[in-house]
Structures are given as C-alpha cells and as structure tokens.
Design a protein around this ligand. Structure first.
Ligand SMILES: [Zn+2]
Length: 204
C-alpha cells in the first residue's frame, strides 16, 4: 500500500506506526494536515470541523477536485471515519451544491465521493441558481449570486440531517443551504476543513 499523496510505500514507515490508526497517507503527509476536531456553533446549529484549512489540505483538495484525481477521495475522512459515523449516526448527509459547470467539467460529484466512506445515507438536495447576467454585476454581486441556492424540485428532506461540505470559508454557501430548510430543522453542520478566522478577514 502506497501513500496516496507522495507515493511512498507505507510499511517503510517506522515501527511505531503499528500503534497508529490505519491511514492512506504516510505519516509525513498526514503530519502536514492540522487536525482540530473542533466543535462549535454555526448560525445557532451545532457544527463540527475536522481540519484547519492549510496549504497541505488545500493542495490535496485541488488535486482531487480541480485536477480530477479521484483516487484521493478517501484521504479526507479515512482516519476519522468510525468516529464521524458514530457522531452522525441516524442522520442523512445533505451535500452542498457545486455549480453545474464545475460538476460537468470534473465528471464526478467530489463531495459524494468524499463522504461516501462514512456509509451514511446521503442526498444532494440543493442546486445553485445562477441566471443573472454576470457582466452587469460587480465582484461583490457575483460572489453573492454564486451562493444563491435552492432545493431541487420535488425533494423531501429527512427529519435529521447534517449539512456537509468540504471547506467552510465565509459560510455563505452553508447559510444559503440553511435558508432552504424549514424552521425548527434538526440539522447539524459539518465541514471537513475550516478556514481560520484571521485568514478569512484578511482575504474577503
Ligand atoms: Zn506521503
């Protein structure tokens, strides 16, 4: 078995690896990720974030998502899958939407592949609504427009759900999805990674 990022043969790692959790990355590659397992609140809903978004995470996500390297799908949740499955047992994962254009370009739903490993029920109930003329909008307007989200027609949402995304940055997409749910929804928020606040404020 080889590290999915650098290709190093995994059993070449030292003896102490015997006591580590099984992983699909070598110790060095995984060591560059910042595991935070952070519990918090997002718009009054319980939220959970696994990693802090950093260069190593970003590099891997880009290779998976933008370069279409599907082999990386298990990298994100693998070491935490049992823990996450217990945490969200009895809930359906509602995956946040990608734009149709990105989805077609990539040829696969990257969130579906990323979260499949948890073996929980999953749905993609949302779609992005982009029908405005981009040229007439400024940069801020475009950013807001891209977050316009609605439920796909005919969707019936489960009673207990988790809104799941790869990275939470400003939270605009997540807020858009929350606004599609009825009042009193029993929902939790999960993002594989969270952009730290200092980065968010310096990079609007
Ligand atoms: Zn590696």
């Amino acid at each position: 078995m080889y590290c999915l990022m650098c290709g190093k043969y995994l059993s070449e790692d030292s003896f102490s690896d015997f006591f580590r959790k099984k992983d699909v990355l070598c110790r060095q590659c995984r060591g560059e990720w910042k595991l935070i397992r952070k519990k918090g609140v997002f718009e009054s809903f319980p939220a959970y974030f696994l990693y802090e978004y950093n260069d190593a995470f970003s590099k891997c996500l880009i290779q998976f998502k933008e370069c279409g390297d599907e082999a990386l799908k298990s990298v994100f949740l693998y070491p935490e899958k049992e823990q996450l499955r217990r945490r969200f047992a009895g809930r359906t994962l509602l995956l946040l939407p990608s734009s149709e254009k990105n989805l077609q370009k990539r040829g696969f739903s990257h969130l579906w592949e990323m979260f499949e490993i948890l073996k929980l029920p999953m749905m993609e109930p949302f779609e992005k609504t982009v029908h405005l003329d981009q040229k007439t909008l400024g940069r801020r307007g475009r950013a807001r427009m891209e977050e316009a989200i609605r439920l796909r027609p005919g969707i019936r949402l489960p009673k207990k759900a988790v809104l799941a995304d790869d990275v939470i940055t400003t939270g605009a997409t997540m807020r858009g999805a929350l606004s599609c749910l009825g009042p009193g929804a029993d929902v939790r928020i999960f993002a594989c990674a969270r952009v730290p606040e200092r980065t968010r404020s310096s990079n609007p």
